[in-house]
Design a protein around this ligand. Structure first.
Ligand SMILES: [Zn+2]
Length: 283
C-alpha cells in the first residue's frame, strides 16, 4: 500500500504537479460500486465476512484499512474520469484493478474501478462510448468479462500471453505479446493498433490502465521494457489521444518490485508524461 502515498509525495517533491492540481477523492456510495458488483459480494468484502477461499483468490489480507483504500481508489478513478472530461487529461495515483469480476475479486483486485467509472459516467449521462486501453502486462480479464455483451464500452488489452490470468477472457481486442518483448517492438505494436482504434470507436472518454509491470525488473511481468520505454509509451498513448481530441483518464495499474523507490519512479513516468502532454497541447 506504501506505493500510492509514495507516488503522491514523489510527484509533489519532483514538482510534476502542485497542490492546487491535486484533488482528493472520497469513497463512493455503495450503490455506485453495485453498478458493476453484486451487492452480496460488496457487503461481504466491506464487512470482512468473505469466505477464506474468496479472500485467498484476492491475494491480499483483509483489513479495514484495505477496505478504505479499495473504495477510495474507486472514488479516485471516478473523479479522474470526470476531471478528464473537464480538462482533457487527468491521472489517478492508484486504480487499475482489472482482474475484479462482478461477484469475486482476483489477483490483488477487489472492485473493478475502470468498470465502475465507465458505468457511472454513462448512467449520469456524461459519456456514451468508452474505450478502455489496458496496457498492464496482465490481461484485463475482469473488465473484458463485464463488458463482453456491451458495445458501448470497447475493451482493448495488450498483455504478455504467458502471464496471469491462466484463463483469458475475450476483450473486444486482445493483443497477446511474446515473453521478453523489448521497447521498440512493443511501441511499434502499440502504434499499429491505437490510432485506428480511436478512429473506429470514437470514444467520449478513454480510460487508460498504465500498468508498469511490463518493466524488465518487474517481479510479476515477463516483458523487458525499460524506464525510457515506459516514458515513451505514456507519451505515445496520451499524445495520440489528446492530439485527436479524446479525453483520457489514467490509472496506474500494476507494478511489483522489492525496490519501492524504483517502483514509485516507474509509476511516476505516467504523470511526468501527462504533464508534458498537458503543457504541449495547452489543455
Ligand atoms: Zn498487472
Amino acid at each position: 500500500m506504501a506505493k500510492f502515498s509514495g507516488l503522491y509525495e514523489r510527484l509533489l517533491c519532483d514538482r510534476i504537479t502542485t497542490a492546487d492540481h491535486v484533488y482528493q477523492p472520497g469513497p463512493p456510495p455503495q450503490g455506485w460500486i453495485e453498478l458493476v458488483h453484486r451487492a452480496e459480494y460488496v457487503n461481504a468484502y466491506c464487512q470482512g465476512t468473505l469466505d477464506p477461499k474468496a479472500q485467498r483468490r484476492i491475494g491480499l489480507p483483509w483489513s479495514p484499512q484495505l477496505v478504505q483504500r479499495t473504495c477510495t481508489a474507486v472514488g479516485g478513478t471516478i473523479l479522474t474520469a470526470k476531471l478528464a472530461l473537464q480538462h482533457g487529461l487527468a491521472c489517478n495515483t492508484a486504480g487499475g484493478t482489472h482482474h475484479a469480476f462482478p461477484h469475486y475479486g482476483s489477483g490483488f483486485c477487489i472492485f473493478n474501478d475502470l468498470a465502475v467509472a465507465a458505468r457511472l459516467l454513462q448512467q449520469q449521462g456524461l459519456v456514451q462510448q468508452v474505450l478502455i486501453v489496458d496496457l498492464d502486462v496482465h490481461q484485463g480479464d475482469g473488465t473484458a468479462w463485464i463488458f463482453q455483451d456491451d458495445p458501448s464500452v470497447f475493451t482493448f488489452s495488450m498483455h504478455c500471453e504467458v502471464n496471469f490470468p491462466g484463463t483469458k477472457q475475450q476483450s473486444d481486442l486482445d493483443v497477446p505479446l511474446p515473453q521478453g518483448m523489448e521497447d521498440d517492438a512493443y511501441l511499434q505494436c502499440l502504434d499499429a493498433y491505437l490510432p485506428g482504434l480511436l478512429e473506429q470507436v470514437k470514444p467520449d472518454l478513454v480510460l487508460y490502465d498504465a500498468g508498469v509491470d511490463t518493466h524488465q525488473r518487474d517481479r510479476l511481468g515477463k516483458l523487458a521494457m525499460t524506464d525510457t520505454g515506459l516514458y515513451r509509451r505514456e507519451l505515445q498513448v496520451l499524445g495520440t489521444c489528446v492530439a485527436a481530441g479524446y479525453p483520457v483518464a489514467c490509472v496506474i495499474g500494476g507494478g511489483y518490485a522489492d525496490d519501492l523507490e524504483a517502483l514509485i519512479y516507474r509509476h511516476s513516468l505516467l504523470h511526468r508524461a501527462a504533464a508534458a502532454v498537458y503543457a504541449q497541447y495547452r489543455l
